[in-house]
Design a protein around this ligand. Structure first.
Ligand code: ARG
Length: 464
């Protein structure tokens, strides 16, 4: 269609400059919404017919031609044109070209303003479902691995210093909890997105006797939006989706960072499979954890997208403003980034080999059971602060003498406190320390097995 053929050209005597056309177009990226746009148009047309605003014959023509257009787009035969500005007008003008007058009636009682908000809601709900499936798949893998590794001892860190021994299974279940909250955040976001703007038209509603309930239920929305000004203008559902995504990506970046650290040759707690590493162009010995690093890096981009979307919305007066077209590229990038990172993590996890001897060795240095010794003294009626001081002095002794806590003979220990007896060695060994933390949320192997079973059951119920 020529420039003169723009659907909104009526009041204009001049066509836009080439620069304006280039500046204003969104079809190069919003064509991704074609399926949702067509679904919305079919629902709208059917409603128009049911209210006798158009005839049933006209509806059928519109529906069939829209389905034809859908087929052409999917077959790659549809000619997208920048002159037609966006996905909506490309499809509408193709419809008019196909069926003439009936096609010209589709936009009755509708505006691109309620149309785009509808498309975006449908699109993001679909993507939310896909992302939730991917999160679940990662969680399934984490819980499966956690029960296998429920007895694998590793050092637990605070401040990146050895703190207390934990099990690797416990660590994996911590990741699972983070992702579990991400899953629930996306479900919450879905609930608020699941409302239909259709019928709000440009901003004030429409004079036609539209049936908003009908289009809403046709498209699977949970309800109709209650205010037309709000329905066409707000993009908080886009921002919320971006926010859920950014938080998820921050979690993935923390996981990725741990994979990078643990695979350092100086720690070597894990070995990341070769298929998710790359080599160096100059250093022949290198095997770099690039997949994990890219996930970590992409969390920056996801956070940037969230900030972009917040700033686009900031200070926009009611109702619709064209600023909102700028939400497309960041949110599409957000969707692609999140899905890709989850897919990569999911494929990478099974190939990660654990080196339990290295983990256990790292857990046995740095007096990580010192807290257990203090607790032992507390059990024997020494106030915690005094017990803490006594153990502090024992720790100083181990440092001066280059020994580990469990290597100090009983006789020596008793010089620091007579309350210490031979049963102390059941407590200050790694196994002793772990098995005492046998409460909900604790790191004892028995508890980790229980927690992994509970988490796996929760995931199974989710997919049933
Ligand atoms: N491409 C536009 C967007 O993304 C569609 C709505 C345009 N509405 C308008 N009145 N120009 O927001």
């Amino acid at each position: 269609m020529s420039k003169k053929g723009k659907l909104w050209s009526g009041r204009f005597s001049e066509s836009p400059s080439d620069l304006m056309e280039k500046f204003s177009q969104s079809v190069s990226f919003d064509k991704r919404l074609y399926r949702h746009d067509i679904a919305g148009s079919i629902a709208h047309a059917e409603m128009l017919a049911s209210r006798e605003i158009i005839t049933s014959a006209e509806f059928r023509k519109i529906r069939d031609a829209l389905k034809e257009i859908l087929g052409e787009i999917e077959a790659g035969r549809f000619l997208w044109s920048v002159e037609q500005e966006d996905v909506h007008m490309n499809i509408e003008s193709a419809l008019i070209e196909k069926i003439g007058d009936a096609g010209k009636k589709l936009h009755t009682g509708r505006s691109r303003n309620d149309q785009i908000s509808t498309d975006m809601r449908l699109y993001l709900m679909e993507e939310t479902d896909l992302i939730c499936q991917l999160i679940t798949a990662v969680q399934v893998e984490l819980t499966r691995r956690a029960s296998q590794e429920s007895g694998t001892i590793m050092p637990g860190w605070t401040h990146m210093q050895p703190a207390q021994p934990v099990t690797f299974g416990h660590h994996l279940l911590a990741w699972n909890e983070m992702l579990d909250r991400d899953f629930r955040r996306f479900r919450d976001c879905h609930e608020r997105t699941n409302e239909s703007p259709l019928g709000s038209a440009a901003l004030a509603g429409t004079g036609y006797p539209v049936d908003r309930e009908m289009t809403a239920s046709q498209l699977g929305f949970g309800k109709v939006m209650d205010n037309s000004l709000d329905a066409v203008s707000d993009r908080d559902f886009v921002i919320e989706f971006a926010s859920c995504s950014a938080i998820l990506m921050i979690h993935l970046s923390r996981i990725a960072e741990e994979l990078v650290l643990w695979s350092m040759p100086s720690l070597e707690y894990i070995d990341i499979g070769e298929n998710f590493c790359t080599g160096s162009s100059i250093m022949p010995q290198k095997k770099n954890p690039d997949a994990a690093e890219l996930i970590r890096g992409k969390s920056g981009r996801a956070t940037g997208n969230l900030v972009t979307l917040l700033m686009i919305m900031k200070a926009q007066p009611l109702a619709y403003n064209r600023d909102n077209q700028e939400d497309k590229e960041p949110i599409f990038d957000q969707v692609d980034t999140v899905k890709l990172c989850l897919e990569v993590l999911l494929s990478m996890l099974p190939g990660i080999a654990v080196l339990p001897e290295n983990m256990a060795k790292a857990a046995s240095v740095g007096n990580q059971t010192a807290t257990d010794l203090a607790d032992y003294l507390v059990d024997r009626q020494i106030p915690f602060r005094d017990a803490y001081q006594i153990v502090g002095r024992i720790v100083a002794y181990t440092i001066w003498n280059d020994k580990h806590l469990h290597e100090i003979p009983l006789k020596k220990l008793r010089e620091f406190s007579e309350k210490i007896e031979s049963d102390v060695f059941d407590i200050i060994t790694l196994d002793g320390s772990l098995s005492r933390r046998n409460h909900v949320g604790g790191t004892a192997p028995a508890q980790v097995r229980k927690a992994a079973r509970k988490a796996a059951k929760k995931l199974k119920d989710r997919s049933d």
